[in-house]
Ligand binder design. Sequence first.
Ligand code: NAD
Length: 318
Amino acid sequence: PRDLTRPLVTGGAGFIGSALVRLLLARPEVERVVVLDKLTYAGSMERLPENGRHPRITFIRDDVADRETLVHLLDFHGITGVLHLAAESHVDRSIERPDDFITTNILGTACLLDVCRHAGIPLLHCSTDEVYGSITAGLFTEESPLKPSSPYSASKTSADLLCLAAATTYGQDVVITRGTNNYGPRQHPEKLIPRMIQCALRDEPLPVYGSGLQVRDWMHADDHGSGIIAAYLKGTPANAYNLGARCERANLDLVRMILAILGKPESLIRHVTDRPGHDLRYAVDPSKAERELGWMPRAVFERDFTATVHQLARELKG
Ligand code: NAD
């Protein structure tokens, strides 16, 4: 297995990154977690244990596209491997203005890849199931063609392909995860689940895109984190691993669940103009990760989704 003693987590002040940092801190072989995060509008130190001042966390505020900082910090902190999660992550923002998605997701990943190659350090790239585009029936495997639909997913696909190319061209030690949609605590209020909860708490209409029949496979952020760790430790170089929970739900069903959990009426649902290019269904086959990494999601959807809704409601009120 790869060395997990001193991982660098990029994007560790984000939703999934901060869940991953917690999982890493719980592992005895991890001496110190170094977090690199630019703290964009989406990042917050408050997501991290002890607001980032935990004795085993070193927090560095910088950009993944800043080569000099990266070269220095890999060496200075004796980094043994990189878990790369930093990204612009909101699809709607990418449709409004793709610039930052190109800069961070593509150029940032290219820069990090190059620095890792020169330092001889393994890189795990956290990609997404959105790289495959939409599927009406069946499941995408890692061999399925990449057909992204949004500027967000196109930028993530570019990063994914740059990682695969570095493995082919230089024999660089790179592993990719392609995870499905996540739920869990500490998600930014612009995302579907917290946004709906916020509206429901205020008794305001819940804006559901189009029919609301878009299907996503919902995975808990902690399961995504454990999948990232498993892929880093055991993944075959130059391979991608789908991470999914086999838990498909239509957006509208999720919104109905949120209303039921919060004791609010379904009459609050308002169908609004659909997002342009909105993919109807994402669904991946996670059996390669289950087989080769020995990874299994642990969340029980009804129970853990309910707990998440209550937790997010507390966060939004507080
Ligand atoms: P997030 O937006 O909550 O967090 C992203 C973090 O990256 C933030 O803390 C932000 O400050 C930081 N960041 C942004 N640009 C940066 C830069 N140039 N340099 C350094 N840091 C920067 O996102 P998330 O939902 O936690 O997603 C994390 C990763 O997981 C992303 O790569 C995303 O594509 C991927 N992913 C997310 C989901 C999901 O459901 N949320 C599903 C599959 C894959």
